[in-house]
Design a protein around this ligand. Structure first.
Ligand SMILES: Nc1ncnc2c1ncn2[C@@H]1O[C@H](COP(=O)(O)OP(=O)(O)OP(=O)(O)O)[C@@H](O)[C@H]1O
Length: 519
């Protein structure tokens, strides 16, 4: 092979190897124009009931890329796509030629050679090779030459068709993997207790709106987790969710974090810096510990809520922003208003949609679920086998009061994963303070039937003798169920009868949670 042939072979080989449709169609079009010795040409792709120009070359090409032709309007490309056949058209006299497209072009087309683009027998577009010379002498229309050209177009159109579907698949893939990583990052919210369920129902209904939300609850009850969920389920999901803790941060620093500053606003402000509200524009700002926000900063926040505007430190100009605010606190804001520590006008604007998250001690049924959830999650994270928790250990966890709420439980599970020796976590593994408090709580909560026989025996005997047998059995089963937090398996174990018999007695005695006399 001589050098010229070798080069041309290499060029064609490169063309067919190209996977980026933008690069491929450009190279393809230029190769055709070079072969026919003309400068103008374009590639059109069928999209639904339209044909879109995806590539063009020559003078005015920038005005044609992106042009969309309706399938109903006359056009050479439309005719070629619909008929799947090559055509030669004299632009001046051919009725199929769309004159509107080049109405503003200084140089008009004179002769158009148009080939269909096919892959797997399906036409997906067309390529036009255009002569702009009024005498139409550049295009070589000799039949054997056109046959060779047609063959080249066919091969290139397969390459282009494949590159387009590869790009489509890649785009789909990217979309899927970003959705997948969003799902993976989404933290699971655990809880089936009535109290928690009620709060979550409210949260669900708030997601469809754009009003500000105030989440109250003790520290560690999941306020930030819920705020994130609210954002993810809202129309703002594709914009940022940015959080700021308002406590333990000096007032000027908090203001510059939230509202940003201009260069020279204070010593050390070497350049302009955008604040959280500007960075979150279009999304959600989560203000944690709002009860600790200084009064001065509260005034700035009120301006955001009233007028959707912020004024960066050192700036005389206001900026408009569009954010949803979710605030959270473990403080009694109403009491703080009375004590002049929190602005009433701000409170009303923040608390349009309020939700309270119950402390863990008021949703004890969720403790076993949460403990197992954290064990599973942390073991997966640490890539170690998951330990089990014995029913007795769960019993202690349920009885404990959890002042640090879910965060404390999560940390305890991490501690137990490291310190428990066996595959099963037993009460001995628990820290002293949990064992002690849980034992105190258990003895406090014990039902009269189980109370100390020495002190209550006479009273109990009197009570019992006044009861019928079914009443007595009912009281016994109910007391056991409450002691074991309505876990039938443990209650049955404690009573010494098997689970199904116990469950069937419960049904017969019509015992349900929330019904019957208070124990
Ligand atoms: N229902 C839940 N299910 C699973 N994990 C939870 C749940 N609630 C809270 N958590 C986890 O407990 C920890 C504490 O939650 P979070 O930070 O949301 O609490 P908070 O109320 O915002 O606390 P603070 O008031 O101290 O900022 C986090 O790791 C969170 O993922």
């Amino acid at each position: 092979m001589d050098n010229t042939k070798n080069k041309s072979f290499q060029e064609k080989y490169d063309l067919f190897r190209e996977l980026d449709p933008d690069v491929l169609q450009k190279k393809f079009l230029n190769a055709l124009l070079k072969i026919q010795n003309v400068r103008r040409g374009s590639i059109w792709i069928k999209r639904g009931r339209t044909y879109v120009c995806v590539e063009a070359a020559g003078i005015d090409s920038e005005n044609i890329v992106g042009v969309t032709l309706d399938a109903g309007a006359p056009s050479i490309v439309g005719w070629v796509i619909e008929n799947g056949k090559m055509t030669i058209a004299q632009a001046g006299s051919d009725r199929r030629h769309n004159r509107e497209v080049e109405a503003h072009f200084a140089i008009k087309s004179s002769q158009i050679l148009c080939f269909p683009l096919l892959v797997n027998g399906q036409v997906f577009g067309a390529v036009q090779i255009i002569d702009t010379n009024p005498d139409s002498i550049h295009l070589n229309l000799e039949s054997s030459y056109l046959t060779h050209l047609q063959n080249l177009v066919e091969i290139c159109s397969i390459a282009l068709g494949n590159a387009l579907s590869y790009a489509r698949e890649q785009k789909k893939n990217r979309r899927l993997s970003s959705a997948l990583s969003r799902i993976e990052k989404e933290k699971t919210i655990i809880g089936q207790s009535k109290a928690f369920h009620k709060s979550m129902e409210l949260v669900k209904s708030y997601s469809d709106t754009d009003f500000n939300v105030l989440i109250t609850g003790e520290s560690g009850t999941g306020k930030e987790l819920v705020a994130e969920r609210l954002h993810r389920n809202s129309a703002r999901v594709n914009y940022p969710f940015l959080a700021q803790n308002c406590s333990a941060i000096p007032e000027t620093l908090l203001e510059s974090e939230l509202f940003g500053y201009k260069k020279g606003a204070f010593t050390g402000a070497a350049r302009d810096r955008a604040g959280l509200f500007e960075a979150a524009d279009g999304g959600t700002v989560f203000l944690d510990e709002i009860g600790d926000m200084p009064m001065g900063t509260q005034a700035g926040l009120l301006r955001v809520l009233q007028k959707n505007e912020i004024k960066p430190l050192g700036s005389s100009r206001v900026q408009y922003i569009n954010v949803r605010i979710i605030a959270a606190t473990n403080k009694d804001l109403v009491k703080m208003i009375r004590e002049n520590q929190f602005r009433q006008d701000l409170y009303y604007r923040l608390s349009i949609l309020p939700v309270h998250l119950p402390p863990l001690r008021e949703r004890k049924e969720d403790i076993p679920l949460l403990a197992r959830h954290f064990l599973n999650k942390e073991s997966k994270k640490a890539k170690i086998s998951e330990k089990k928790i014995s029913p007795e250990t769960i019993h202690h966890l349920v009885a404990y009061t959890w002042p640090g709420n879910i965060r404390e439980l999560e940390n305890l599970i991490r501690y137990l994963m490291v310190t428990a020796q066996d595959e099963v976590i037993r009460p001995d593994d628990l820290p002293e303070h949990i064992l002690k408090t849980s034992q105190d709580e258990t003895s406090k909560n014990t039902n009269p039937i189980h109370s100390d026989p020495q002190t209550n025996e006479t009273q109990n005997l009197r009570d019992i003798s006044a009861m019928t047998w079914p009443d007595l059995e009912k009281a016994y089963v109910r007391a056991l169920m409450e002691k074991f937090n309505w876990n039938i398996t443990w209650a049955a174990k404690a009573s010494g009868i098997n689970r199904s018999t116990f469950a069937s007695r419960m049904r017969k005695l019509d015992i349900h949670r929330g019904t019957g006399p208070p124990s």
